[in-house]
Structures are given as C-alpha cells and as structure tokens.
Design a protein. Structure first.
Length: 90
C-alpha cells in the first residue's frame, strides 16, 4: 500500500515538474516572452524617436518658411528669385 502511495506521489511530482519546465505556462515560455518583450520595447523606443523627429518637422513646416524653402530646394530642385542655378557635370 505504501509503495502505491509513493508511486502516486512520484507521479504527481513528475507531472508538476513537467508543467513547470515544459508546459504552457512554463519557465521556458516565460523566458521566451521576456525576450520578445525586450525586442518590442527596443522597437517602440526607435519608433518614438522617429515620431519625435517627425513631430518637430511638422511644427517647423507649419510655422517656418525656411523649412518649406529647404524642402523645395532639396526635394524639388527649386531655386528662389534672384538666384542663379549652376549644374556641375563631372
């Protein structure tokens, strides 16, 4: 009778150990989720920096003429009145 009881306790112990280390809510699964969480935090920080830069650019474009002129020159190749355009060919 005692052997059966100890066998049952051993079975319960092994089952609980399996759940702890390999089951759905196991230590391994928790570690994998922590790695994913850290990667997502890094991605979020990069996106927040990008959003901050874009927000500054939006405010600058709304309030400043210089930013609009700079964009027109660099992206559209426009020149202002009284300026001379020079094209240098290699």
């Amino acid at each position: 009778m005692m052997k059966l009881f100890f066998a049952f306790l051993g079975f319960i112990f092994l089952t609980l150990q399996y759940q702890l280390w390999l089951g759905g809510g196991s230590v391994r699964a928790l570690n994998m989720l922590e790695v994913e969480l850290e990667a997502q935090r890094v991605t979020n920080q990069e996106l927040e920096k990008r959003n901050d830069i874009l927000q500054v650019e939006v405010v600058d474009l709304k309030n400043g003429v210089e930013a609009i002129e700079e964009r027109a020159r660099s992206e559209l190749g426009m020149i202002g009145k009284g300026e001379t355009y020079y094209l240098i060919v290699d």
